[in-house]
Design a protein around this ligand. Structure first.
Ligand SMILES: [Zn+2]
Ligand SMILES: [Zn+2]
Length: 213
């Protein structure tokens, strides 16, 4: 999800394009280290796929429930598009490459950048977390529209977010199934009412109520 037409859209689009290039370069520079890690990737990659799913839920929940489209910087550029996704779910399938991937690339830059400051094992984890996070909106668009045949197989196998699984989020008041990379974390987080508990805790501490609906 990303900005469409906002007062900040041109500047933000430029930032999105830079973020995509930056994330790709950071990822490529970490790649030899990931290849050298060999079998370490076998447990780390799926673990980070789960981590990316949780992270996608946290970001999605934050922009769905907190702030408004008037919130400086993130309001018109990020919060708006998350909220618009509820009223126009297929909008994401019409986004261009930069519009679809710019927001996740900004998060991926932080994660991939961390890879330069931590020991190699954690750098491998940062690579996979950043790489999976980068593709979150592509996966979401696939869940909403036409997907290549191998992706449909991965959706049916429960490895990537499927339309059926993601449907739960599109039922008002859009307060569950926030995780949008694989959907693996949704049953646990929803059953434990993690989002609701977090909202109550934040409201109790700050007096600010989350946006509902
Ligand atoms: Zn949402
Ligand atoms: Zn959706």
């Amino acid at each position: 999800m990303s900005a469409s037409s906002t007062p900040f859209s041109m500047g933000f689009k430029l930032a999105e394009a830079c973020a995509i290039v930056g994330a790709a370069l950071l990822g490529l520079r970490l790649l030899p280290l990931v290849i050298d890690a060999g079998v370490l990737n076998v447990p780390v990659a799926p673990l980070m796929l789960f981590g990316a799913d949780v992270l996608s839920g946290v970001v999605h929940w934050a922009f769905d429930r907190w702030g408004t489209v008037e919130t400086p910087l993130v309001g018109p550029n990020l919060i708006r598009t998350f909220r618009e996704h509820h009223t126009d779910p297929l909008g994401i399938t019409r986004h261009g490459f930069v519009e679809a991937n710019g927001g996740p690339a900004m998060g991926a830059i932080v994660l991939l950048g961390l890879g330069y400051f931590v020991p190699p094992t954690f750098a491998v984890a940062a690579f996979w977390l950043g790489a999976f996070g980068f593709f979150t909106n592509v996966v979401l668009a696939w869940a909403h529209g036409a997907a290549p045949r191998p992706v449909r197989w991965l959706q049916r196998a429960g490895i990537l977010l499927s339309a059926d699984h993601h449907d739960a989020h599109h039922r008002a008041p859009h307060d569950r199934a926030y995780c949008i990379t694989t959907g693996w974390a949704n049953p646990l987080l929803d059953r434990l009412r993690v989002w609701d508990r977090l909202e109550r805790a934040i409201s109790a501490a700050t007096g600010v109520e989350p946006c509902r609906g």
